[in-house]
Design a protein around this ligand. Structure first.
Ligand SMILES: O=C(O)C(=O)C[C@H](O)C(=O)CO
Ligand SMILES: [Zn+2]
Length: 277
């Protein structure tokens, strides 16, 4: 597992482009036939992808966890962002995930298998996992079942819908929150005024982009903003002290996931526009 240690803002403001990318960007999320995970020390979120082709895949308790099995002290979510359908078998129960379906699996589950329905059109399961102190039931949700927030306007280039899937009014979990933001044509993730939440980190997977499109992901302390240029199906870690938004050269969508304390969207610390530098 790729390990990413935490950073503090006083150091991060001195990072050059290569260092920013090494620290926060996950360039390869989906590898055919593999589960590929990154362990972030920011709220100990594990994120990555599973792209089963012919064989079923599982989550291994790699050495970094020092547990007998992956979900011994963790919870996990899978969101299918690929065109192909997935089967996820959880202790003998089969769940079928089409694009944008999410499956939450709680602490204590040992027996879990991930497969593509059609090896010629593999599923791409985006994985996020946080530490867990209690067991919540396994639950699947479609994007239509999620709580929705319609935000922004075309005039301000930010008309979008936030679909909150694992959330205070959605699937329950210990600390993991997850959803997907879909844009109206011509809008970008211009979530102004910007915000931080020092209680929680956040991570994003950008997807549904064409090969030449890029998202300029904005990060950093409000008075020291930086950007990372991100291609399709790449993920980025956003420390709790960092602002987060993105502008694409073409259309895109993103999955957001948060871990840490407080289980809400409503505790953001809003940054006045004149504080952004
Ligand atoms: O503004 C959006 O669109 C979002 O998806 C917001 C993020 O999920 C977020 O930053 C929540 O704190
Ligand atoms: Zn946020």
């Amino acid at each position: 597992m790729d390990i990413r240690h935490s950073t503090n803002p006083a150091d991060a403001k001195g990072y050059d482009t290569a260092r920013l990318r090494q620290q926060y960007l996950i360039e390869s999320v989906f590898v055919p036939g593999e589960v590929k995970l990154t362990y972030s020390h920011d709220d100990r979120l594990i994120l990555g992808g599973a792209m089963p082709v012919k064989e079923a895949l599982t989550l291994e308790a790699e050495d970094v966890l020092k547990t007998d099995y992956f979900l011994e002290r963790r919870e996990v979510a899978f969101m299918n962002i690929g065109g192909g359908e997935a089967f996820i078998d959880v202790e003998g129960e089969r769940f079928t995930l089409v694009k944008l379906d999410t499956l939450y699996v709680g602490k204590g589950v040992r027996d879990l298998k991930i497969a593509s329905v059609d090896a010629d059109n593999p599923a791409k399961l985006y994985i996020t996992s946080a530490t867990a102190h209690a067991k919540y039931p396994t639950r699947k949700a479609t994007v239509q079942e999620a709580n929705t927030l319609n935000l922004g306007a075309l005039e301000s280039s930010n008309e979008r819908t936030i679909h909150q899937v694992i959330h205070e009014v959605g699937i329950q979990s210990c600390q993991l929150m997850l959803g997907v933001t879909l844009f109206k044509p011509g809008s970008v993730w211009n979530t102004m005024p910007a915000h931080i939440h020092d209680r929680r980190m956040e991570a994003y997977l950008y997807f549904d982009m064409n090969d030449n499109a890029r998202v300029f992901h904005f990060m950093g302390e409000p008075s020291e903003t930086r950007h990372i240029v991100i291609a399709n199906e790449q993920a980025v870690i956003s420390p709790a002290w960092s602002v987060h938004s993105g502008a694409g050269t073409s259309s895109y969508a993103f999955v957001w996931a948060m871990a840490g304390e407080n289980y809400t969207f409503k505790d953001m610390d809003v940054i006045p526009m004149n504080a952004l530098k």
